[in-house]
Design a protein around this ligand. Structure first.
Ligand code: ADP
Ligand code: MG
Ligand code: ZN
Length: 604
């Protein structure tokens, strides 16, 4: 192996239970069933699809919350074909041209009248599309948000259809783009608010897989949905296995070994944090004999499409990508998703993991976490000049803190933690040990660390007049004899080495806790290399008790040899064995896969 070091929200949502029962028949039911089978060639509805379709055909505003891959498109594509004998057009707004293209092609292949208009069309293509749009002959017209809100031609066409009673409804797909709380805010989506103001009687349907209450509320308020019926279902993806592992210099090696042995010739994604990291990681994987390419926003459109196409057709197995590799990615057999660096939000994390296992079979989602990455993402956000809005910046920082809490929690079910972010109260019994924390079933212990924290604070008080990083403080506290610590004389402090019983991760958590409570402060400055850096400063004396949670892994030993059991104890061995266990007694992986896997194992 080659290896180089490198609830329904408080808004106006109505309960949907009794107003539109799924088995009730409506004037459109015959045509609907006919089109489902004859046009879309589908046998039956998935959960919530029929109810949402009946609601929109009934003239209600509708909010559809469905996890990625749940089948949101059908909720508007099918009703668009139910015309009850007259011309009527459904407008669909979607954020990505590639998404629209895919859908239009798919619909045309099914002989459904669909077209799209975007600013990128040739003038000829655009003229054709507008002609059909204006004539009212289209069942569906896909528009980019800026087209709908800015193009005068578009506005006048919509007005014409409206006046002739041919404007059926408007659909806002990926509606979370309207919210700055979402992971994919698009300023153009904000402009869509004009629609309900101008055409209050035209039903609107908003669809998204992002379910946090904040995003939901933004969508309803910004789009102006009225008494919308909401259809939502559990966001749990039972076939995704969630794991967080501590990140260190061996992590890349561990990941490559794992892909080469456990996921040989399987499809996957490795999410990276920067363009450079994508390219470096991809090169490393290729040099280790893996089929891999990189994908990020800095590439030419053509190159990106090519990578996506080759991956989609399994010519390339692995893509090392930034979050730019996202919306519209729909490959059923993604078997693993690695996050080499912690993501910036849990919503993003859920979506990215959600690209795994769309075929319903097991997919492994592994995140590498280190506190240093949190710190560097935090300072990136703080420095980000594009985030001029203070509130927006604060939101980004809050979301990053949520990810930090998720990563450093080695106790609670990962599913519960992710889903509670979407306001879903997940019953942990349903996890059945398919996340690292449930698998480890660590026991929790609260410890009073006030005395130790006072020692830590005292170090900062003594040497914090210099610009020292959290890592430096940690090293002094844990008794490091590094040259710089010896030379500065800090090895002679009486506090030096007082924290030797703690793991680095424990002290990082302690520092973060002290920062959050204001006993420590941070200052951003520039280091001798000209890079921005964050330094720790003394805040105030510890006046209250400081309690920290530690996990005691039952599986390791009843009495840990260290006075402080490592916070990460059990996490790494557990997550490794979790993959093996799931792969070995897998019920969901098919037998052929398993046989091939075992043969590979024998031949190694
Ligand atoms: P979403 O937009 O919610 O991520 P899509 O609308 O792209 O999901 O649908 C995901 C996949 O599920 C598509 O391949 C689609 O054809 C399929 N699908 C949707 N509804 C049904 C259904 N009722 N029966 C079978 N397959 C369906
Ligand atoms: Mg979709
Ligand atoms: Zn769990």
């Amino acid at each position: 192996l080659v290896f180089n070091q490198i609830d329904k929200s408080k808004s106006n949502l109505q309960p949907n239970q009794h107003r539109l029962a799924g088995d009730k028949r409506y004037p459109w039911t015959d045509e609907l069933e006919h089109n489902l089978q004859q046009k879309f060639k589908l046998k039956s509805f998935r959960s919530n699809q029929l109810d949402a379709i009946n609601a929109i055909l009934n003239g209600d505003d509708v909010f559809v919350l469905m996890p990625t891959g749940g089948g949101k498109s059908l909720c508007y594509q099918l009703p668009a074909t139910v015309n009850q004998g007259k011309d009527s057009t459904t407008i669909v707004v979607s954020p990505l041209i590639s998404l629209m293209q895919d859908q239009v092609e798919h619909l045309r292949a099914l002989h459904i009248n669909a077209a799209m208009i975007s600013s990128k069309d040739s003038s000829e293509a655009r003229r054709d599309s507008f002609r059909m749009f204006r004539a009212g002959h289209l069942d569906l017209i896909y528009l980019s948000p800026e087209m709908l809100s800015k193009s005068e031609q578009c506005k006048s066409t919509i007005k014409k259809l409206y006046e002739e009673g041919q404007l059926a409804r408007i659909i806002i797909d990926e509606a979370h783009c309207v919210s700055s709380w979402g992971h994919d805010f698009r300023p153009d989506y904000k402009l869509l608010s004009f629609f309900k103001r101008q055409y209050p009687d035209i039903p609107m349907m908003a669809l998204t897989a992002t379910a946090s209450v904040k995003v939901r509320t933004d969508i309803i308020n910004n789009l102006g949905l009225k008494n919308a019926l909401m259809f939502k279902q559990s966001f749990n993806r039972p076939n995704l296995i969630y794991m967080v592992r501590p990140k260190n210099k061996d992590s890349m090696f561990e990941m490559i070994t794992e892909i080469s042995t456990k996921f040989r010739s399987k499809t996957g994604i490795v999410y990276c944090n920067s363009k450079k990291q994508c390219e470096d990681t991809s090169r490393l994987l290729v040099s280790n004999g893996l089929s891999c390419a990189f994908y990020h926003a800095g590439m030419e459109n053509e190159d990106r499409s090519e990578v996506q196409m080759k991956w989609q057709s399994s010519e390339i197995k692995i893509v090392c990508a930034t979050v730019a590799f996202g919306m519209g990615i729909d490959k059923p057999d993604v078997r693993f998703v690695y996050h080499h660096t912690m993501p910036r939000s849990l919503e993003g994390y859920y979506q990215e993991c959600g690209r795994g296992g769309r075929d319903g079979k097991t997919s492994f989602c592994t995140m590498y976490y280190q506190y240093a990455d949190f710190k560097s993402l935090e300072s990136q956000i703080k420095r980000d000049k594009s985030l001029t809005n203070k509130v927006l910046k604060q939101r980004h920082l809050e979301k990053l803190h949520d990810v930090l809490n998720y990563c450093s929690n080695t106790i609670e079910c990962r599913r519960k933690l992710v889903l509670q972010y979407f306001n879903e109260n997940f019953n942990v019994a349903l996890c059945k040990k398919t996340c690292d924390n449930c698998k480890a079933s660590n026991e929790v212990e609260n410890r009073d660390v006030s005395e130790d924290a006072k020692v830590l604070l005292s170090i900062v008080e003594k040497i914090g007049y210099e610009d020292v990083t959290a890592n430096y403080i940690i090293d002094v506290y844990r008794g490091s004899q590094q040259q710089k610590i010896v030379q500065s004389g800090h090895a002679l402090l009486e506090e030096h080495g007082k924290g030797s019983k703690y793991l680095k991760e424990d002290v990082q958590r302690m520092i973060q806790l002290l920062l959050d409570k204001g006993f420590l402060k941070e200052k951003t400055g520039t280091n001798s290399f000209g890079f921005a850096n964050t330094y720790v400063k003394f805040g105030k004396r510890l006046s209250s008790k400081l309690i920290m949670t530690f996990s005691i892994s039952k599986s390791i030993s009843a009495k840990p040899s260290r006075p402080s059991s490592p916070y990460f104890s059990g996490s790494r061995p557990n997550s490794e064995s979790l993959i093996s266990d799931v792969l070995a007694n897998n019920v969901q992986l098919n037998k052929d896969d398993l046989k091939k896997f075992n043969e590979k194992k024998r031949s190694m």
